[in-house]
Design a protein. Structure first.
Length: 113
């Protein structure tokens, strides 16, 4: 399974971005799709995840600002990021469980004025 993340870029504090993660196969059977991030000098952390029923979980630091969603017909998972803060600066990775974990290549998000 190949996961292609896109949508990162430079945005000012308070701005928004939408990340996309396109899968090379159907994600319908994937129980969990998720976004992680890794800031320079820090460990990779879970940002948000969504299961096959649409149930979601978020890191406390992004609750109320980020929304994860999945479009099974398009084999794509999204991360809508609003009210971005400088501390959201990181490389964002999508991941999916297809009997084992598969990872995308990462997309850089920089929040700076």
């Amino acid at each position: 399974v190949q996961l292609q993340a896109s949508g990162g870029g430079l945005v000012q504090p308070g701005g928004c971005l939408r990340l996309s993660c396109a899968a090379s196969r159907s994600i319908f059977s994937s129980n969990i799709m998720a976004w992680y991030r890794q800031a320079p000098g820090k460990q990779r952390e879970l940002v948000a995840r969504i299961d096959s029923s649409g149930n979601t979980n978020y890191a406390d630091s992004v609750k109320g600002r980020f929304t994860i969603s999945r479009d099974n017909a398009k084999n794509t998972v999204y991360l809508q990021m609003n009210s971005l803060k400088p501390e959201d600066t990181a490389t964002y990775y999508c991941a999916g469980w297809f009997s084992s974990w598969f990872w995308g290549q990462g997309t850089l998000v920089t929040v700076s004025s």
